[in-house]
Design a protein around this ligand. Structure first.
Ligand code: ADP
Ligand code: 5GP
Length: 184
């Protein structure tokens, strides 16, 4: 039996990274998958730790060689989950968490039938926008494109196995830890 696989999705700025970091603090045995992306690193991001930062050509090769469990374009870049590492950890009994956008989450339904898909939702649209702007990492153009994507993502909540509202980081993380421990 493979260890649980929990896929966390939700609009940019809802708090996915923050909540997932809290999950790892509460449950250090959980492994967070490291995605490949064509996006440039933000200040402080480390290659191989936050993402594998790759060229367009290298990303093409990952797709061609079937090395990605899922992948999708997002806000002008491509992001994908390396297949091998996820399976190796699950086979070793280590619960795995993925933090990915909507198209990728949809692909995971087919790519891993036993995955649990969780939508992290903001308490309100206003709070989502405030969090995205408040993070201070995005240009005005990027905020707009992420909010446009967010509207589409918010409409897809019903496709997920669970919806967790990120009002309080710790409470949201505790819900995810329960799923990673296969508590239904
Ligand atoms: P995402 O990974 O979904 O794009 P982040 O984790 O970067 O989102 O969070 C966006 C911003 O919202 C950050 O500044 C973060 O500190 C803040 N944030 C996240 N969760 C909460 C919360 N429950 N309450 C208040 N602020 C939050
Ligand atoms: P960011 O640029 O803010 O790090 O990420 C942008 C979006 O890409 C976020 O919604 C994030 O969850 C998503 N993302 C990160 N890694 C992956 C991945 O491997 N696959 C997919 N489909 N989306 C990802």
């Amino acid at each position: 039996m493979s260890a649980p696989l929990v896929v966390v999705s939700g609009p940019s700025g809802v708090g996915k990274s923050t909540v997932v970091q809290q999950v790892l603090a509460l449950a250090p045995e959980v492994w967070l998958s490291v995605s490949a992306t064509t996006r440039k690193p933000r200040p402080g991001e480390v290659d191989g730790e936050h993402y594998f930062f790759v060229s367009d050509e290298a990303f093409d090769r990952l797709i061609k060689d079937d090395q990605l469990l899922e992948w999708a374009p997002f806000a002008g870049n491509r992001y994908g989950t390396p297949r091998g590492a996820v399976q190796e950890h699950r086979d070793a009994g280590i619960p795995v968490i993925l933090e990915i956008e909507l198209e990728g989450a949809r692909q995971m339904r087919k790519a891993a039938k036993d995955a649990r898909l969780v939508f992290l939702a903001p308490p309100s649209w206003e709070i989502l926008e405030a969090r995205l702007r408040g993070r201070g990492t995005e240009s005005d153009e990027s905020v707009h494109s992420r909010l446009a994507a967010a509207a589409v993502e918010m409409a897809a909540q019903g496709e997920f196995d669970d919806v967790v509202i990120n009002t309080d980081v710790r409470l949201a993380a505790e819900s995810l830890v329960a799923f990673l421990h296969d508590i239904r």
